[in-house]
Design a protein around this ligand. Structure first.
Ligand SMILES: Nc1nc2c(ncn2[C@@H]2O[C@H](COP(=O)(O)OP(=O)(O)O)[C@@H](O)[C@H]2O)c(=O)[nH]1
Ligand SMILES: [Mg+2]
Length: 206
């Protein structure tokens, strides 16, 4: 079933499916890169930037969809769009459900090769972001940060922010702007070279 926030169009990304839990995760061994971020951070805009056209719905209002959306990228790997976090009107129960889904996927998914964490370049790193990268560290898997909406800062302060955060969290940090269509290639190049090309080959069955 096609979720309402996804449009299927020809391009580099192909929407595969949505899943509420592990029974819906694709059953092959294609490597997967998780995409996480606070709601409104610019996840959908980033997917559209990679696509070169609109595939994910960009919205002013936080979406409440609690599903993982799987997109394949030129059939080489998948990007897994995770539900955004941090919206104000969330109940404790919903928060627990979100956490359970994120932990199940990040801790148990064998296909997972890395996490892309998207955050607004103007926001501070919080315990929410730290919790996500900690889960990856637990498994010895890499994570990288995309500082979105870089067009909201001048070039100097943007670069400065990136340098300081990189030092603080000791992970690769990239600046991106969907408004100026900048930064997508650099991120993609990084994950492809470091996380995908090096992923273990599928074992051949004898
Ligand atoms: N100026 C600017 N606005 C952006 C950028 N990326 C996203 N936005 C805006 O931020 C809001 C949330 O974007 P969206 O991609 O839906 O975020 P998501 O909730 O993380 O999927 C929308 O109003 C976007 O137009 C960017 O690079 N620059
Ligand atoms: Mg979105």
């Amino acid at each position: 079933m096609m979720p309402e926030n996804v449009k299927q169009k020809p391009g580099r990304l192909k929407f595969i499916k949505s899943a509420a839990d592990l029974s819906g995760w694709p059953m092959d061994s294609l490597p997967e890169v998780a995409l996480a971020g606070r709601s409104n951070a610019g996840k959908s805009s980033f997917l559209n930037g990679l696509q070169g056209s609109s595939i994910a719905k960009v919205s002013g209002k936080p979406g409440k969809t609690r599903l993982l959306n799987f997109f394949s990228v030129e059939d080489k790997y998948r990007l897994v769009d995770m539900p955004g976090y941090g919206w104000a009107s969330v109940s404790a129960k919903e928060m627990k459900q979100w956490q359970a889904m994120i932990e199940a996927y990040l801790l148990e998914r064998e296909n997972l090769v890395g996490l892309l964490l998207i955050m607004d370049v103007r926001r501070k790193w919080t315990e929410d972001e730290q919790m996500l990268v900690d889960l990856m560290d637990q498994r010895g898997l890499p994570s990288a940060v995309i500082l979105s909406k870089a067009d909201k800062l001048k070039r100097g302060p943007g670069l400065d922010r990136r340098r300081k955060l990189k030092k603080e969290i000791e992970r690769p940090c990239f600046l991106s702007s969907s408004l100026k269509k900048q930064g997508f290639y650099e991120v993609e190049d990084h994950i492809y070279k470091n996380w995908i090309e090096t992923a273990p080959e599928e074992e051949e069955e004898l």
